[in-house]
Design a binder for this molecule. Structure first.
Ligand SMILES: CC(=O)SCCNC(=O)CCNC(=O)[C@H](O)C(C)(C)COP(=O)(O)OP(=O)(O)OC[C@H]1O[C@@H](n2cnc3c(N)ncnc32)[C@H](O)[C@@H]1OP(=O)(O)O
Length: 468
């Protein structure tokens, strides 16, 4: 099984170059919609945008996260050409919160000049937070509460909250309450130098203490994913992202002038196509010295923000907008966060396909979050395994392997970057734009998330979708 998948991936690398060059780009309107609306509202995705995604510690370092989020909101309004007053509600995701802007949705909306009367709230569901933003918006619209919702997400890894140790925090809080100089002196005498050791946030699972990378390494080993397979997949991701970048496909990016600087950022900066033998030389990043997950076959720590506009089809018509997608169906799944932490796509895919009445073969565009190459390969293997489906998923048979020529063909989180809470919108807008460019009808978006959770979403190209 392993070698077959690897062959597919290698084959795709050579095919994809000619495929993209030769394929006539058809901006055809597709046939009439095939999936029945379940909400009575025909909820549509009008468009989505994002800031360029940057390696943390690079050009966004001096900013605060709400500034990135604000930029994505403003870019969305400019791209869709609708006034801010039309928006009824804003839902925004973030994972590692800046404590000063804990409801970052509201702070970003205020900074972007949305009317005070537009409510905004922040959601967190790890790497699927902006998927949660979108589906929360679907829920609000389906319930009849609002017609027009902006959903998005931001992550800012260049400046994470570093706390005093618990003992130091306790001392400071008690000092605050000490009434007399003597009380203060008594407290001071309890101070020990080790109180000064700071607490750094880790990209780790709270319930198990294991980092995401460590878990990915164990998952890869459990599914017998080789180091070579992971490196091959990483090269594929970077190669495809580079091609998409060079061909101008990444139109979801809106150039961003960094405040207080003359610098305009126009492109993602983590895409790096390296020869496979260079990747093979890298040391394991998590399980040392024998692990297989390295810096090059992992997603990297990223800064970025994204936003999208969703509404009822009727409202879109009233506003003269040409939506890109119908948001048809979605599901969330949750598994054991220790041994199945990153298997969300395997669990979500059959469930959401069944809900929508589709099969793997109906999907024209797959956009699946790449946390780690080993995680992707493990999911592909699990999806191709009757044993896994029967033993762990209580299903009769496997869902099957997706057609890899339709899989993340503009790269993925490994190469484009993964600002945790911004990725869900990036996956959705890439699905929308690929459906137009590749002339498909159905897209499947899937992602895993910390906590052992995952999402699957089915979207259908809107007949009006022609622009990128
Ligand atoms: C559900 C989810 O999404 S879970 C996923 C959540 N995301 C994560 O957990 C993030 C995981 N990633 C990380 O934590 C970090 O990126 C790490 C630990 C893997 C790597 O961090 P760092 O060590 O700072 O990476 P750094 O950029 O310095 O790269 C290390 C080395 O690999 C090399 N390298 C990195 N990428 C590549 C590449 N594509 N090609 C060739 N070499 C590369 C670097 O040049 C560097 O080499 P050097 O040591 O000779 O200078």
């Amino acid at each position: 099984m392993a070698s077959n998948l690897l062959k597919n991936i290698v084959k795709l690398d050579t095919l994809s170059i000619s495929h993209n060059v030769c394929l006539p780009i058809r901006y055809l309107a597709t046939a009439t919609p095939r999936i029945k609306d379940k909400t009575g509202k025909n909820i549509v995705f009008v468009d989505g945008v994002r800031t360029p995604f940057l390696l943390s510690g690079t050009d966004y370092s001096s900013l605060m996260p709400h500034q990135l989020a604000k930029e994505s909101l403003l870019s969305l309004m400019r791209k869709t050409n609708i006034p801010r007053e039309v928006v009824d509600y804003i839902v925004y995701g973030t994972v590692i919160q800046e404590v000063k802007t804990s409801n970052i949705a509201r702070e970003a909306a205020l900074a972007a000049g949305f009317p005070y009367s537009v409510p905004a709230h922040t959601v967190t569901m790890a790497c699927i937070s902006s998927n949660q933003g979108i589906t929360t918006g679907i829920g609000l619209i389906a319930a009849g509460a609002y017609d027009v919702v902006v959903a998005g997400g931001v992550e800012f890894m260049s400046d994470v909250p570093i706390r005093h140790s618990r003992k130091m925090r306790s001392l400071l809080l008690r000092a605050n309450k000490a009434k007399t100089p003597l009380d203060k002196l008594k407290l001071l005498s309890t101070f020990r130098p080790n109180f000064l050791m700071p607490e750094l946030p880790a990209v780790a699972e709270f319930s198990s203490g294991e980092t995401m990378g460590y878990s990915a390494d164990r998952l890869a080993a459990a599914f017998k994913v080789t180091r070579e397979e992971q490196d091959q997949y990483a090269v594929r991701s970077h190669t495809m992202a580079k091609q998409a970048q060079e061909k101008g496909y990444l139109t979801d990016i809106i150039p961003f002038r960094v405040p207080d600087s003359s610098k305009v950022i126009r492109a993602d900066n983590g895409i790096r196509v390296s020869p496979i033998d260079k990747l093979a030389k890298l040391k394991p990043a998590f399980i040392k010295p024998h692990g297989t997950v390295t810096a090059a076959n992992s997603s990297f720590l990223t800064d970025g923000a994204s936003a999208c506009l969703i509404m009822t089809e009727e409202k879109a018509k009233q506003l003269g907008l040409k939506p890109k997608l119908y948001l048809r169906d979605f599901t969330y799944v949750a598994q054991d966060p220790l041994d199945q932490l990153l298997l969300g796509p395997t669990y979500a895919t059959p469930k959401v396909l069944e809900k929508a009445g589709l099969t793997v073969n109906d999907i024209d565009v797959w956009e699946v979050h790449e946390a780690f190459a080993g995680q992707i390969m493990a999911n592909l293997k699990a999806m191709d395994s009757d044993f896994f489906a029967q033993k762990y998923m209580n299903r009769q048979s496997k869902v099957g392997v997706p057609d890899l020529s339709k899989w993340n063909t503009w790269g993925g989180s490994l190469s484009i970057g993964h600002p945790f809470a911004a990725t869900g919108v990036r996956l959705t807008v890439h699905t929308a734009n690929r459906l137009v460019r590749e002339d498909g009808q159905f897209g499947l978006i899937a992602a895993c998330a910390a906590g052992g959770q995952g999402v699957g979403m089915i979207v259908e190209r809107h007949p009006d979708a022609t622009a990128l």
